[in-house]
Write a new protein. Structure first.
Length: 672
């Protein structure tokens, strides 16, 4: 095919293709060009394949662009929706303008916490500060926070409102006034002991200001004691025996059966989180423990006792020493001391070891005592050996006796020969006192975590308001095992239920009434006592799952037993464990619940409602299925769930009728 060219009158260069194989160019000079639509149509007809491919490419590119744009639009939409959902769950801590007169009564700790609240809501806080997030999201610290709301924003920076700016400004000004006047801390500065200073500050100031000052002067054991002292000041009843003993020796401590975390101020709760963050130690070692030393009244033995106590109570050792001659060793060991030393005159010099009778040891301490018994015996041997070396040949080292008692300790008997020798030698008396002191301190340091506690039931009387005559109910403290193993299993149980790690404490919102399915008090207590589910129960292997538990059991005579703290999660009603206090009544289908139990339940519910004002519901276990779509329900519907069990409609309705004045709801909103 040949090309030919022709020039029109206007000298327009044109191009055409020769047709019919002729080399003759059919475009002659002077011929006009055809209109462009015609030429385009002709070109398309001659290049069909090229045009088709081009159009396909253009179409695919257009579709791809549209899809990409749709994806970007959806992504933006989802981001906007999530933003509004997230910010919708935030609650402005101070929506109204605060006045200067309102702030006059606020401590500096509360004022600084208010700034943290505003900054937390606006997203201006350091999200790496663990204690701040724990503090600002704690429902006991801020009981006015709505359910499901938060004042800790770690995703978005929000613009402050005029009210936020105003409140932030006057709070900052008030903090400056307190710092300049120093009126708040004038009494604190007169305290020389950094521990006492920090304990006093913990009620009115945030202790994060003193991380590198006074807190740095305390060791880990002191910090652990300090943190627990915040709770002890409000009467918290300790389950850890060494802490119970420690605080029983403190004048300010008075156990309160009605203790609630609501009794603590927001500043105190946040300070507990601060101290938990700066220390990891959870054992006392020797520091914070106590020893009872008794004598038979001999003057030189009294001098020896004073020398031992003076050595133990040095700041470097930190062991308290009781010298009360009227304090019986067994009672002292149960309530306040960790070791008993008895000094006596005798026919010969020897030692008697007092090991704790296993049958008397708390169940939760049995395993630990077995693990550490060799350390305890080694410590007793070390003290005896030091004592024998100090008094010399008058001591019959092989002549010692080991007997099981209701306390841990040593008895040293001194012969007349040795006593006469010591009476005339103050230096020898000093050396003996030093050797015994060193041995006791080392035993408490090394074997302290393994020293067992004696099982005992504590009783508390709770007054019930509005009864004529005034009535008190008796609650007996009978704890199930709740050591590190059960705490870990509880955390794991909640992690699986919620899909995330969380604290094992909760804010009670309801009470669930159960029965024991005809099991007696002792049978049911033994069933709940272990930390993990027994082998084969519900098809689970031992140690794989948290055992079931409740907070209270009511016996058939109306006696109430408290098994665990009522603000710690118990596994008793799957789906509602993080909202519900569990109360078991001894009885069942073949053992009707008694009138004494009904009365005890009535008074217990009244007590719990006063203790936790946010409790809204009281239900029988058989009614919990109604809450599966309620905001309190967490996790999946359990596979092993028998809603046919429970106290029954007659009993639960009788109980509700007797407590109408408390304003608690049942299941009527679900059944109408």
């Amino acid at each position: 095919m040949k090309r030919c060219y022709a020039i029109t009158k206007k000298n327009i260069r044109c191009k055409n293709m020769a047709r019919n194989g002729s080399s003759y160019c059919k475009i002659h000079a002077g011929q006009k060009k055809k209109p462009w639509p015609v030429r385009v149509k002709k070109w398309i007809s001659e290049n069909t394949i090229v045009v088709t491919v081009g159009l396909l490419a253009l179409g695919i590119g257009t579709i791809s662009g549209v899809v990409s744009n749709i994806e970007r639009i959806l992504e933006t939409y989802n981001s906007v929706v999530y933003y509004y959902q997230y910010t919708g769950k935030l609650q402005r801590p101070y929506p109204n303008r605060l006045s200067r007169s309102e702030l006059e009564s606020w401590s500096s700790g509360k004022l600084r916490l208010a700034l943290f609240q505003i900054d937390g809501y606006l997203g201006r806080l350091d999200t790496q500060s663990r204690w701040l997030e724990q503090c600002l999201t704690d429902p006991f610290a801020f009981p006015n926070m709505e359910a499901g709301k938060s004042q800790f924003n770690k995703l978005y920076k929000l613009r402050p409102s005029v009210t936020d700016d105003h409140n932030y400004h006057i709070i900052s000004e008030r903090i400056s006034e307190l710092e300049n006047s120093r009126s708040e801390i004038s009494g604190i500065l007169r305290l020389s002991d950094p521990f006492e200073r920090l304990l006093t500050r913990s009620s009115i100031q945030l202790l994060d200001l003193y991380r590198h000052k006074e807190i740095g002067l305390l060791n880990k054991s002191d910090l652990w004691i300090l943190r627990n002292s915040i709770y002890a000041k409000k009467g918290f009843i300790f389950k850890t025996k060494k802490l119970e003993k420690y605080f029983n020796r403190r004048e300010f401590y008075s156990p309160n059966a009605n203790f609630s975390l609501y009794d603590l101020s927001a500043v105190e709760i946040c300070n507990a989180y601060i101290l938990e963050e700066v220390h990891e130690q959870r054992e006392l070692g020797a520091r914070g423990r106590a020893v009872l030393i008794t004598t038979d009244g001999s003057q030189y033995l009294n001098v020896l006792r004073h020398k031992i106590c003076g050595c133990l109570e040095k700041p470097s050792t930190g062991v308290e020493c009781s010298q009360d001659p009227t304090f019986a060793p067994s009672e002292a060991f149960k309530s306040s001391v960790d070791f008993v030393l008895r000094l006596r005159n005798g026919d010969k010099s020897n030692s008697t070891w007092h090991l704790v009778d296993r049958s008397l040891i708390n169940d939760q301490d049995q395993k630990k005592y077995s693990e550490g018994q060799s350390k305890i015996i080694s410590g007793l041997l070390s003290i005896s050996s030091s004592f024998s070396e100090a008094i010399g040949s008058g001591y019959q080292q092989s002549d010692f006796t080991s007997i099981d008692r209701d306390y841990l300790g040593l008895t040293f008997s001194l012969s007349r020969q040795v006593s006469d020798q010591l009476k005339g030698s103050p230096l020898e008396l000093e050396a003996i006192g030093q050797s015994i002191c060193t041995g006791i301190a080392e035993l408490l340091e090394e074997a302290g975590p393994y020293i067992p506690s004696i099982a005992q039931e504590r009783q508390f009387q709770i007054s019930v308001d509005g009864t004529e005559p005034a009535k008190t109910i008796k609650i007996i403290d009978r704890p199930i095992q709740f050591g590190e193993r059960r705490q870990f299993l509880t955390s794991e149980y909640l992690r699986k239920q919620l899909g995330k790690s969380t604290d094992i404490t909760f804010e009670p919102r309801m009470i669930v009434i159960h029965d024991t399915s005809d099991a007696s008090l002792e049978e049911y207590f033994e069933k709940l006592k272990p930390s993990s589910v027994p082998d084969g129960h519900l098809g689970l292997a031992n140690n794989e799952a948290l055992n079931f538990s409740v907070h209270y059991i009511v016996d058939r005579d109306g006696t109430i037993y408290k098994l665990m703290e009522d603000y710690v999660v118990a596994r008793h009603v799957s789906g509602l464990d993080t909202s519900a206090i569990g109360v078991k009544n001894v009885g069942g289908e073949n053992l009707n619940l008694t009138s004494a139990q009904l009365e005890a339940n009535e008074f217990l519910v009244d007590h719990l409602k006063k203790k936790y004002p946010k409790i809204q519901y009281i239900i029988g276990y058989h009614e919990h299925r109604f809450f599966r779509d309620h905001e309190f329900w967490v996790g999946k519907v359990p596979e092993h769930d028998d809603s046919s069990t429970g106290p029954g409609e007659i009993y639960i309705n009788s109980l509700r009728s007797s407590i109408l004045g408390l304003g608690l709801k049942g299941t009527e909103e679900f059944t109408q």
